[in-house]
Design a protein around this ligand. Structure first.
Ligand SMILES: O=C(O)C(=O)[C@H](O)CO
Ligand SMILES: [Mg+2]
Length: 260
């Protein structure tokens, strides 16, 4: 049975961030994820998780100066000390939040820049993260982002992510397989799921093309969920979608999967 996590960056977004924890619990979720925790003390977030009986299952390393187009510093040559500071900060939060997995954001490769230099910087910095996270049993995931969401991101295809994970070659570094991006770029979702399954550390879902609830559009999610069950996926599935309207009104798709 899939373990669904509410993505509190996108879901319940009609209320202030700190109120979304209660909303998720009231809607029946036991797991949550969101992009970044750094605007709040970790202890405050942990208290909210505990109060509402929730487990945090994923968040991201810091993205850098997003207003000026940054989307992660980990792959940026010359920015290694900032990237490692952000990795250390993510580790502190993961320990405090008892979060098992962190997405280490790569970054955007400017037009005309040498992609290999960015990839090599990412590999070195993720290996640093892997060594820092290992004693705490915390996993790292890397995610491909489709060009319609983040043009020129270092990792675009699921095959880019697989190649990076293989090059990094550390047992606590895996793929964050987001079916929305995977369908936008690669297609053949069930074949990729099977081929990459051993390397998948976290999953996210949304409809394609509109990034809404997973009950519309071109991806047959009931088929994907059954396949993940068949393969024995034991991780979490983040509901990283923009609800069509009020989040609660769009949760009909979840009824069949509610944990008893
Ligand atoms: O955009 C996504 O799909 C993500 O999961 C990241 O956390 C943000 O780029
Ligand atoms: Mg995602």
């Amino acid at each position: 049975m899939p373990k669904f996590a509410a993505n509190l960056t996108m879901m319940f977004a009609d209320r202030p961030f700190l109120e979304r924890f209660k909303a998720a619990a009231d809607a029946g979720f036991r797991y949550v994820e969101y992009l970044w925790p750094y605007d709040y003390p970790a202890a405050e977030l942990k208290a909210l998780l505990d109060k509402h009986g929730l487990k945090q299952v994923l968040f991201n390393s810091a993205a850098g100066d997003t207003k000026n187009g940054e989307w992660g510093l980990t792959a940026l040559p010359g920015r290694e000390s900032e990237a490692r500071r952000d990795i250390d900060q993510a580790l502190e939060y993961a320990i405090a939040l008892e979060c098992p997995t962190v997405h280490i954001m790569a970054g955007v490769v400017p037009a005309g820049a040498d992609r290999n230099a960015y990839l090599n910087t990412y590999i070195d910095n993720v290996r640093y993260a892997s060594e820092r996270f290992r004693p705490h049993g915390i996993h790292i995931v890397l995610e491909a982002l489709s060009p319609q969401v983040k043009p020129n991101y270092l990792l675009k295809s699921q095959y880019d992510t697989l190649a990076a994970v293989e090059a990094i070659d550390r047992d606590n570094v895996r793929i964050q397989f987001d079916y929305y991006h995977a369908q936008n770029v690669d297609g053949q979702l069930s074949a990729m799921t099977k081929a990459m399954f051993a390397r998948i550390g976290h999953i996210q879902i949304a409809s394609v093309p509109d990034r809404h609830e997973p009950d519309e559009g071109e991806v047959n999610y009931p088929y994907i969920f059954a396949l993940l069950d068949e393969l024995g996926y034991a991780g979490y599935i983040g509901c990283e979608y923009n609800p069509r309207g009020k989040t609660e009104d769009g949760l009909g798709w979840l009824a069949a999967y509610r944990e008893k």
